[in-house]
Design a protein around this ligand. Structure first.
Ligand SMILES: Nc1ncnc2c1ncn2[C@@H]1O[C@H](COP(=O)(O)OP(=O)(O)OP(=O)(O)O)[C@@H](O)[C@H]1O
Length: 549
């Protein structure tokens, strides 16, 4: 029987759910911390045992003596570009980032050091194991987005292949298509590219016939517009794959995005469908305006005009994060337009103003009634917002220079507050990223252990994975994963696993008891020694095999 150390004796531990994800809410940090100190009271005796050999000191590279001088807190030396990599060529996956040559590991490398800002001062006992991982809502959002990206549609009537795209899935929410915006019914599909394997959104204009080759070339200029507030255009081509003559635009795919119209202008649902939607808070509206202004600035600076700027053609790709969609289409479809670019750009300002008024009215009933919508807007929002929108609505007037740059100068104080929110979000995400950073190293350790443990044979040695220093790795694997508590129940405590693996990666001096399954052998060994065994066994596996004939 393998005993997992002190942590096993205090009764049954929380079970690890199947998908390895959820940690019980009650899994409090002190509980975790007690595991971080695990083994601290194990006597610091030298490596000993009566089993299959020991860890032989090798004259080879020692990953633990890379620090030229003893470290003091805060004295983390110069860090190379990839501190984990000893293989600048990146060959062999940087040998899974082992051997931190030139990298001084911080003291207590095995402990988590959350990066601020911290929204609240919580005491140790108020924190739980969730604090060590990406926040649940963000994780859920990202997982839903990946599920949406990977979604497929079996038995579909859609073509199997459209040029270099396959696996089409429709993204339209309704089957009714109006041709009002582009002059042709349009459909949107998610599809995977066979060129690069990534996912794109394809917008198909049904029944379009290309009469002028130059028209489709106008998309080239759009490919160069790279702006965070504009859905990037990648390509356009005509296709007969849908049994008609279709025009296809290839754009970035933003999983689970909605349009502004879906979000704010659809009829209220739920318990009180007859009640009007609650107005969009002014700060959100300013946030939208800032982002649209940012997109328009890039578009106009490239000598282009958005041309379509309406709530159903602006995507919300994350909470309050929007992007102008469906650009470039009218440039192809109405290639022969007589209007000058300056005129079209001024029209963009007017469309921009109208869109904000429509959103401010926030009601499907007012979408087609501009006077009422304007009245509502004036009542609901501050004079500064109203004046900015009026300025946009007068975009066609030639009384003064009306460009997107002038507009941006006029709303500079609002830009600052949106910028500040963006910086806060950036801090938050960096902090979340810091938590997840630790998990990457655990995966590398699991991968290495998996490569070594139970390997049936190596270089004709059937006992390779059971002999020499690999024997410690086998016992260590049992210690981490196969421990049982005093009642003989499996220890399924994620905190135990994470703590052990972090200490292993850090090469902690802390000692642990490793006991063989038959309880005939017992070793007291430090994580540092186990890590050394792991590294050298892994390096033995990584080197070109000796051919034995
Ligand atoms: N690039 C994209 N990535 C992901 N989803 C998209 C993308 N473009 C559009 N969509 C989704 O496809 C759906 C349909 O988009 P579309 O632009 O056709 O709007 P619509 O509301 O159907 O307007 P219309 O009535 O003019 O067709 C929207 O729900 C939108 O979220």
């Amino acid at each position: 029987m393998v005993q997992g150390g002190d942590e096993c004796v205090d009764g049954k531990l929380p079970a690890l759910a199947e998908d390895f994800d959820p940690m019980p809410e009650h899994d409090r940090l002190p509980y975790l911390t007690s595991r971080m100190n695990l083994g601290a009271d194990v006597p610091q005796t030298p490596l000993q045992g009566n089993g299959n050999g020991g860890i032989t000191p090798t004259g080879a590279f020692d990953p633990f003596v890379t620090t030229p001088a003893p470290m003091t807190p805060g004295a983390v030396g110069p860090v190379s570009a990839n501190p984990y990599s000893h293989d600048p060529t990146g060959a062999m996956g940087g040998a899974f980032f082992a051997n931190q040559t030139g990298f001084q590991q911080p003291i207590q490398y095995h402990l988590y050091a959350p990066i601020g800002p911290h929204s609240q001062n919580t005491l140790g006992y108020q924190r739980n194991v969730h604090d060590l991982f990406i926040p649940n809502d963000l994780r859920e959002e990202l997982q839903k987005k990946s599920a949406a990206t990977l979604q497929t549609l079996p038995n579909t009537q859609l073509p199997a292949q459209v040029d270099y795209f396959h696996s089409l899935v429709p993204l339209d929410l309704s089957h009714q298509k109006n041709a009002a915006t582009f002059g042709y019914p349009s459909w949107i599909y998610k599809a995977q590219s066979s060129k690069d394997g990534t996912f794109y959104a394809l917008r198909r204009l049904e029944g379009f016939r290309l009469t002028n080759e130059k028209a489709i070339r106008s998309v080239q200029a759009w490919k160069r517009v790279c702006n965070a507030s504009v859905v990037t255009i990648h390509d356009a081509f005509t296709s007969r794959s849908f049994q008609d003559s279709s025009l296809i635009f290839v754009t970035d795919y933003h999983p689970l995005s909605k349009t502004l119209a879906d979000q704010h202008l659809s009829a209220a649902t739920g318990r009180y469908p007859s009640r009007p939607n609650s107005p969009i808070p002014e700060q959100i509206l300013w946030g939208y305006m800032t982002q649209i202004a940012n997109g328009l600035k890039a578009i106009h600076a490239s000598g282009l005009a958005a041309r379509v700027l309406e709530p159903s053609k602006v995507l919300i790709t994350a909470k309050t994060r929007i992007r102008i969609n469906a650009c470039a289409i009218l440039d192809v479809v109405q290639f022969d337009t007589q209007r000058t670019m300056a005129d079209l750009q001024r029209q963009d300002l007017v469309n921009f103003g109208q869109m904000i008024v429509t959103l401010g009215a926030n009601s499907p009933a007012l979408v087609h009634n501009p006077t009422k919508a304007m009245e509502h807007f004036t009542r609901a929002y501050s004079p500064q917002l109203k004046n900015s929108v009026f300025w946009l609505l007068n975009g066609m007037q030639k009384d003064q220079e009306r460009t997107i740059d002038t507009f941006i100068t006029g709303i500079s104080s609002q830009l600052m507050s949106t910028f500040d929110s963006a910086l806060h979000l950036d801090d938050q995400l960096t902090s979340d990223l810091g938590r997840e950073l630790e998990n990457g190293r655990l995966v590398r350790m699991f991968a290495k252990l998996g490569l070594i443990n139970e390997r049936p044979e190596y270089e004709l040695d059937q006992r390779w994975s059971e002999s020499g220093e690999r024997y410690f790795l086998k016992l260590f694997r049992d210690y981490v994963f196969h421990s049982v508590d005093s009642q003989g129940d499996a220890v399924t405590d994620l905190a135990h696993i994470i703590t052990c693996m972090n200490k292993l990666d850090a090469g902690s001096e802390e000692k642990i008891h490793l006991v063989s399954r038959d309880e005939q052998s017992c070793f007291i060994v430090s994580y540092k020694e186990v890590k050394k065994a792991l590294e050298s066994s892994f390096q033995a596996l990584s080197k070109p095999a000796r051919r034995m004939h």
